[in-house]
Design a protein. Structure first.
Length: 234
């Protein structure tokens, strides 16, 4: 198994500390918040991750020793893989030189869909009337529909209010062919279309395969292409 290749990208961003930090020297919480913001701004400004991603700091315990620094700079420590969490080195340049590492968690947005209109139970889902939203909490959105193709040819299993996210158990596939239903059967061959009829031996959604018993009792397999229509693939 090949070893992970790493490199260090050094991007130094001086901070005009001096009096600004001195003014915060008696307020540790204010100092911590200020330095947190500097770290995050540095990461986004240097494009260490996408602006669509959310960064959070794994809280360090070393901030207090930086309160007397007159000059602080950052160095990015980045792996070759772009989707891993980030590490940034914070350096005190004077009066005494020392470094510490800050780890940042990278959260990637996940899409989901909400309804722009009221959808009644049993109503077909119109994907043009949905809007895409995103969230950074994967557990929160794990049961939400995140792909439009998952809503094509689906109907609502309950009423869905405007602005509500579409949950996986809110929809079910449209049944195009039902068991024991009489269906039209078509076969296209050499530019000709041959049509007959038969009885479905099972339920099928659009695009699903289904067995059909023809009027001569022969059983064939086709694809549900429309309501009550099955196409035999040559």
């Amino acid at each position: 198994m090949p070893k992970k290749c790493k490199f260090i990208l050094i991007l130094v961003l001086p901070i005009s500390a001096g009096s600004a930090y001195a003014e915060m020297a008696n307020d540790l919480s204010k100092f911590n918040k200020h330095l947190d913001n500097e770290v995050l701004e540095f990461a986004y400004r240097q494009k260490l991750t996408s602006s669509n991603n959310q960064l959070s700091i794994v809280k360090p315990s070393f901030y207090p020793k930086f309160m007397n620094c007159e000059d602080i700079s950052f160095e990015s420590l980045q792996t070759k893989r772009q989707h891993e969490n980030l590490s940034i080195s914070i350096k005190c340049n004077k009066p005494k030189i020392f470094k510490a590492r800050i780890n940042l968690r990278v959260k990637h947005p996940s899409d989901y869909y909400v309804s722009k209109k009221f959808i009644s139970k049993g109503e077909s889902i119109d994907t043009t009337l949905l809007s895409k939203e995103h969230d950074f909490n994967p557990q929160k959105i794990s049961n939400r529909i995140n792909k439009l193709k998952d809503l094509t040819n689906y109907v609502a299993t309950r009423d869905i209010e405007i602005g509500n996210p579409i949950m996986k158990n809110d929809v079910r596939p449209i049944i195009a062919i039902r068991r024991s239903e009489r269906v039209n059967v078509t076969l296209s061959k050499s530019g000709f279309v041959i049509s007959t009829s038969g009885k479905s031996l099972g339920n099928a959604r659009l695009g699903d395969s289904v067995l059909i018993q023809l009027d001569n009792n022969k059983t064939i397999e086709g694809i549900a292409v429309d309501k009550s229509t099955v196409e035999i693939k040559n």
